[in-house]
Design a protein around this ligand. Structure first.
Ligand code: SF4
Length: 211
């Protein structure tokens, strides 16, 4: 094991313990392949599954595996019209497993997510029976202040670039607290405890995943 792996493992194990203390289920794995295997162990065949544009679940091959497996998949990318996509977003709120990642997570297990339409943070907060988050170690920061800064100044500007929208962060690279219609930070969710035991499940991966 190299020194970077050693450092990430001791940190990752601490984050897992912190998440468990917050009534969540959590695992630390080293590779994308292990993350995919663990995710598929957690999602029983026959489950209904949805997601909201998560890069991390795509990057470990999970969304593809679910499309190819014995699951009912609600994927808005398979739909053409705005109305059809909206319908999928509503179905997602009642599914068995909602997949995602997080914009940032503290080493004490607090997660921060920003959202424009808010379908993703709505599902994280309430609705789906389970929320399964695939989180690269690149998302782990020290404090809640650091997490908010990462979400606003790193994750959001990169996602804004991805969506090709016209916001100050696209022009300047960090957050300028905009009030534009295209803003992708209309709602900000802080997840600090799971009232339903193990509803939120986190697989931490020793890889750079998502933004
Ligand atoms: S400039 Fe607007 S869209 Fe960009 S990160 Fe800040 S609040 Fe979000």
């Amino acid at each position: 094991m190299d020194v970077r792996e050693m450092r990430n493992e001791v940190l990752g194990v601490r984050v897992v313990k912190a998440l468990e203390s917050r009534n969540m289920e959590a695992y630390y794995v080293k590779t994308k392949e292990e993350a995919l295997k663990k995710a598929l162990e957690l999602i029983p065949e026959g489950s209904s599954v949805s997601w909201g544009g998560t890069m991390s679940a795509q990057e470990i091959g999970l969304t593809k595996a679910l499309h190819e497996g014995k699951y009912t998949v609600y994927d808005r990318e398979t739909k053409e019209t705005r109305e059809e996509k909206e319908e999928i977003a509503h179905q997602a709120l009642n599914c068995d497993f909602y997949l995602g990642s997080t914009n940032a997570i503290t080493e004490d297990g607090v997660m921060i997510n920003v959202d424009g339409n808010a379908n993703r943070v709505a599902a994280f907060a309430y609705g789906p029976k389970n929320v399964l988050l695939i989180v690269g170690m690149n998302k782990v920061v020290k404090t809640e202040e650091d997490a908010m800064s990462r979400a606003r100044n790193e994750a959001a500007p990169i996602n804004a670039q991805r969506f090709g929208i016209d916001t100050p962060c696209v022009q300047n690279g960090t957050c300028f607290n905009c009030r534009k219609p295209e803003c992708i930070c209309c709602q900000i969710l802080i997840t600090r405890y799971s009232r339903v035991a193990k509803r939120t499940k986190v697989i931490l991966v020793d890889e750079n995943l998502g933004f």
